[in-house]
Ligand binder design. Sequence first.
Ligand code: HPA
Length: 272
Amino acid sequence: MWKRVEKAYSSLKMRVDFKPQIGLVLGSGLGAVAEQIESVYSVPFENIQGMPTSTVQGHSGRFVFGYINRVPVVVMQGRVHYYEGYTPQEAVLPIRLMIRMGVKALILTNASGGIREDLDTGDLMMITDHISLVPSPLIGKNDPSYGDRFPDMSEAYDPALRETARAAAKKVGLDLKEGVYIQFPGPNFETPAEVRMARAMGADAVGMSTAIETIAAVHMGIKVLGLSFISNKACGLGNGKLSHLDVQKESRAVIGKMSELIREIVVLASNK
Ligand code: HPA
């Protein structure tokens, strides 16, 4: 796996001469946030050797290198999920790649189902901690040049970045909620019984990504900020059935708000 990361890195490095400071991963339906970026290079995943490619509708699968307010960034448009049949190790390869390119902080966004009562469709929740029901992406041989065998996870979502996000939310006039994210393997949505279990475990929002990406980033010593867009009430808590189409439709409405928030976070974080 480590060889594969390095191979992908060499192949990407050949195509772009750019050192991003912040990496941004855009979740389901949130791809349009990338329109914020003064784009310099765009590299489709299929042009990178050894790169797993995204197969989900609504995920286009490319890295966009450019600037947000003069801060060099890389945006991953269309993430790779465990449920697509990739191993957790493969699913986090793009995260490791962005870190190899130079990013020091990662902003991970996703769409998720609200479990906690006050988390309604259209809300934004900052992730304070996570629970993962997916095997760790660190399983297997460790390469100590990447990180520790047993990384500490006590502050996986960086407290200083969280403070920055709170300040940014205040500035753009957004009610940023906070809570614990749980990653289910997917691709099926959860059953009502599973959602009750997740709630009993202490989870506030449920999705199918992010936690394993955070683990890989923490392994490599990189700061993470997680933002969940609540696209629906979790199964059994809202009205009717869930569909991916609804997830995408709901996210279109919040793109503007989310873009503004992210721009402000990037500006504030880069000044630190
Ligand atoms: N469950 C899991 N993943 C999701 C959901 C959900 O309710 N909504 C958006 N992504």
